[in-house]
Ligand binder design. Structure first.
Ligand SMILES: C[S@@+](CC[C@H](N)C(=O)[O-])C[C@H]1O[C@@H](n2cnc3c(N)ncnc32)[C@H](O)[C@@H]1O
Length: 256
């Protein structure tokens, strides 16, 4: 899952989906995600799933997946089969280390995890199944679609941890943080809610500070080289650290 700092979003090899082109005559051809006007440019599948993962995906994933074809429930907490006091959303959870740590340690919180990459999703579903975790729901497409589906003022915290870095300047427009997605995030956050962002790419940290400032509706509450308390780490972060790259951890609050 960890991102290379080459041209692609992550260290995964480019797949057919990722490199599929529209035949546009523009200098840089459009990717599938871009053609749809979405925020997802990565690939959806990697190596074959293990039998246990295939089984968990077959039996449990349909139950955990949020269906955008139905209207969101009046009380979002009713998405969970157990009572939850607040709901957090993690965008691009990768292998699910951070998402699952949250779910294990905060039974009173409902967690919605978004990950379009099938192998990451399968890992999370397998752990949820094995451990009998009840406070997790999942979504397997572009997080922008889920943000548009969610009711306003419904989410206490949104985590975007080590999003695909798109380090090349000509790809910066593919970064998940942009004015449209900040608007989506702001809409669904509760008043006082927090947007967390982490990256090992200095230009993305700076980009995010600037985009948030331009947006003007979120207040910086954390900007540090140290992560938040009770931080389990993520796979991508560990890979970056092994390569000698530190990270920046930023939090922004919705004040009204
Ligand atoms: C570099 S990986 C980081 C994964 C994980 N957060 C970590 O720190 O290990 C970024 C992840 O974001 C996912 N992603 C990319 N665009 C997305 C989008 N529009 N909506 C949801 N997830 C997305 C990718 O599939 C990928 O798994």
């Amino acid at each position: 899952m960890a991102g290379s700092h080459g041209s692609g979003p992550t260290s995964r090899k480019r797949s057919g989906a990722q490199s599929a082109r529209t035949g546009s005559s523009r200098g840089a051809a459009l990717s599938v995600g871009e053609r749809r006007g979405g925020s997802f440019y990565g690939r959806r599948k990697g190596k074959a799933l293990r039998p246990g993962q295939r089984q968990a995906v077959k039996t449990l994933l349909p139950i955990l997946l949020i269906d955008l074809g139905s209207a969101p429930p009046r009380k979002l907490a009713s998405l969970f089969p157990v009572p939850v006091l607040e709901i957090r959303l993690e965008i691009g959870f990768g292998g699910g280390e951070h998402l699952l740590h949250g779910a294990r340690t905060h039974a009173e919180v409902g967690f919605i995890g978004v990950e379009p990459f099938a192998n990451g999703l399968a890992k999370a579903v397998t752990a949820v199944s094995r451990e009998g975790i009840r406070n997790v729901r999942l979504f397997d497409q572009d997080a922008a679609l889920l943000l548009d589906w969610l009711k306003a003022d419904s989410i206490a915290r949104i985590d975007l941890l080590f999003p695909d870095p798109w380090p090349k300047k000509r790809h910066w427009k593919r970064r998940f943080v942009n004015q449209d997605n900040l608007g989506r995030i702001l809409r669904v956050l509760k008043s006082g809610g927090e947007f967390r962002f982490a990256t090992d790419v200095e230009s993305y940290a700076e980009w995010t500070r600037e985009e948030v400032a331009r947006h003007g509706k979120l207040i910086t509450s954390h900007d540090s080289e140290a992560p938040w308390d009770d931080w389990p780490g993520t796979r991508y972060e560990a890979k970056a650290a092994r390569a000698g790259r530190g990270a920046k951890y930023l939090s922004f609050r919705k004040t009204q």
